[in-house]
Ligand binder design. Sequence first.
Ligand code: OGA
Ligand code: MN
Length: 198
Amino acid sequence: MQMDIQEIAGQIDQRGYIVLEKLLADTMLDRLYARCQHDDPSRFNAAQIGRGSAKQRISSVRGDAISWLTDMHPADAAYLSFMEELRLGLNERLFLGLFDYECHYAIYEKGMGYAKHTDVLSGKKNRVLSTVLYLNEGWKESDGGELVLYDSQDAILETVAPRYGTMIIFLSEHFPHEVLISQNTRRSIAGWFRISGS
Ligand code: OGA
Ligand code: MN
């Protein structure tokens, strides 16, 4: 698969993030979209906030339902192996020490969003680089659900519509962000490259 890792690494190095309109092939996007469905209710769970015993569900803060990708499923495995290639390419060019990658499908139903937060939690296996791939065909401005990325002074850096095939990659620690209330069912894959933990 063709991927300009040089360009991705360069922008992450210079600005800390990059928005890519179309990184993945349509066939891959279509297979991922097919997996990002509530068809099997036991596969998706309401997302929680916090870690360990502090975990809780507050849908007004975070309203998505999630399902982790697994190597056991061919469509998931194809995406995980694509992201593995990206991990190795970035490690060659940047000194981030990316150790592994984890990601989940996320579905926000109409009326849901995710309040402003950063992706770094306390703990050992920490998140260094966040990625979000959007899977919404025909997304309209009136559908809302944009990702808003802020700088450390709380100024808006970027507003990203969750359009089919768009991917954003950003340094987890540096950019508070939020998902504006969605007026339509909003599908994505959120993932994190992490440093090694014990
Ligand atoms: C997250 C997140 C952003 C998005 O899951 O942590 O910030 O645009 N997602 O879905
Ligand atoms: Mn986040």
